[in-house]
Design a protein around this ligand. Structure first.
Ligand code: DGL
Length: 260
């Protein structure tokens, strides 16, 4: 029974294309896993929608993946994790892994001063889910949280090298330096693509926490714990992509997110 379940696919969903940064990290770490990805491109962005709407969308995304027989679900979207993870975990019988806990744990392990910056969508920051999770583990943490809603469209527009993007980043993150942060959590699927730009502004004294890499580690751990890790080397890097809107638009942006 377990052996068969272990060879089922891993389901990953996001509001759109951004969760591919998580797929990329998972397939690098776990090349034997077959991944089914759902990008809800018809309803993206989730970052500026109400908690109830995001919860409803997340339930529907998870139901789609469950209908394809996945052995576990990764909620690759930070906004969906912030609003919907507890209810998904409660309602779904397979393991559900979000992007919040891995990012928070890594940030707390890396910070020396306990002064932590946090950037994400308006929904993620407004939910206070990250702030509560950090304070639960480290009550004396000094948090500097900022919603950075202009970054998602800039990344999707492929303006990574554009002067406007640099200017927007300067506005958003430079003030955090005067708050003395030593760690900055990139709490959004799209931000890993801006990592080097953000690092240039923040300098070497600030560690950037890329939740995509940490979540891949968490997925590995959960699959091992549950006896669900695939051993089938023939499946190497098999990925299936589904979107809820036009495929051509997704394919164009997706290739950049996956670097292929
Ligand atoms: N995937 C979203 C997140 O990580 C960003 C894009 C959106 O707003 O839907 O929060």
């Amino acid at each position: 029974m377990k052996a068969t379940a272990a060879e089922a696919s891993l389901g990953v969903f996001d509001s759109g294309v951004g969760g591919l940064t998580v797929v990329q990290a998972i397939t690098e770490l776990l090349p034997n896993e077959r991944v089914i990805y759902l990008g809800d491109t018809a309803r993206v962005p989730y970052g500026n929608k109400s908690p109830d709407t995001v919860k409803r969308f997340a339930r529907q995304d998870a139901a789609f993946l469950l209908g394809r027989g996945v052995k576990a679900i990764v909620v690759a979207c930070n906004t969906a994790t912030a609003f919907a993870l507890p209810s998904l975990v409660a309602d779904i019988s397979v393991p559900v892994i979000g992007v919040l806990a891995p990012g928070v744990e890594t940030a707390l392990a890396r910070t020396k001063s306990g002064r932590i910056g946090l950037i994400g969508t308006a929904g993620t920051i407004g939910s206070e889910a990250y702030q509560k999770a950090i304070r639960a583990l480290r009550p004396d943490a000094h948090l500097v949280a900022r919603a950075t809603p202009l970054l998602v469209p800039l990344v999707e527009e492929d303006w990574l090298q554009h002067a406007v993007t640099r200017q927007v980043l300067e506005e958003y993150v430079r003030p955090m330096l005067s708050e003395g942060i030593d760690t900055l959590v990139l709490a959004c699927t799209h931000y890993p693509l801006l990592k080097s730009k953000i690092q240039t502004i923040m300098g070497r004294g600030v560690r950037l926490i890329d939740s995509a890499q940490q979540v891949a580690q968490e997925v590995r751990q959960v699959l091992i714990q549950e006896g669900l890790l695939s051993r089938d080397t023939k499946k190497r890097s098999t990925r299936e992509y589904f979107v809820s809107d036009e495929v051509a638009i997704f394919a164009n942006v997706a290739s950049r997110f996956l670097g292929e």
